[in-house]
Design a protein around this ligand. Sequence first.
Ligand SMILES: C[S@@+](CC[C@H](N)C(=O)[O-])C[C@H]1O[C@@H](n2cnc3c(N)ncnc32)[C@H](O)[C@@H]1O
Length: 301
Amino acid sequence: MKQTNSLISLLKQIQIHSKSLTGDTFAYDNLMNDLKHIHLRLKTNMYAESDYEKRDIFDVPRRTEEFLRYFSGYDEQGEFWASILKPLITTKTKTILDVCPGWAPKIELGLWKLRFKGTTHLVDYNPSSLSSIESYLKMIGSDLKLVNHNDNFFYLKSLPQMDLIVGNHIVDDLLLHEYCEKSQVMITSLYESENAMLKATEEILKLGMIDQKVFADSVSQVIISLMKQNSYIVLSQYKGLFERTHRLTEWSNFVGEIFRHIESNLLKAELNNQIDQAVSDLSDKQKEKLIEKNLIVMQMI
Ligand SMILES: C[S@@+](CC[C@H](N)C(=O)[O-])C[C@H]1O[C@@H](n2cnc3c(N)ncnc32)[C@H](O)[C@@H]1O
């Protein structure tokens, strides 16, 4: 009741103050934008995980709490990857490839937790990806050996075959990049703006510019070409924060179908399903989380 009253009082205050916005379209647009964000996140039950930038940056306890929640989210991802990869990594595993890692280490955190001593190759088109991952790993005192390949995944130059290939949520990344190439859009603009990202997902669905089967075939071909005998491939797919916040069901289904095409291509290429081996070390909590994820774990025999 007390909370409701303070909410009502705050809304009244906004109403009073909004009069002062008359004539200032810039401030008005900002207010509408902020309220729209709050409304959307409340509606989709994502408010506890919204970003602190939109709030009072001087609220130290709240900022710290949100930072810690944010980091513990990454740590959870690292823990998940460590548990999945642990049964697959042996003393013979010398090379691991992370496809499209982006700016934050997830798989790398898992490999650090496992004290992996071999070489971790990263394929990411964006040159800032490696430096961002490196500085995070340096901060936590990791000695993971990283080699960056600043190439397009579909046109790789001189990459050796690997003992293990891993990709966290990569179908969306590759699709969006393909869209940017076809539409002459800067990929960074998508990752900097929710509206630009929404437009991209809508256009990919509506304009039919990407054939799911053809796309899945290209991804599968590159993966197979990079696999040594006895090597593993591990790919995860799940509804990310952006998809959940905006309830992009059609988009999630579209991406999910491509993921299934890739799985079926790899099985047709006679890779062996090893999912049982990979999930053997998961905690009960991680197994629960696995329900929301699709996972491919296969071995090239
Ligand atoms: C959102 S970020 C990383 C997401 C990451 N997979 C994750 O789950 O957190 C997407 C990254 O994929 C990279 N990327 C997309 N398509 C690519 C391609 N064809 N070749 C190489 N990198 C690509 C982009 O440069 C970007 O850094």
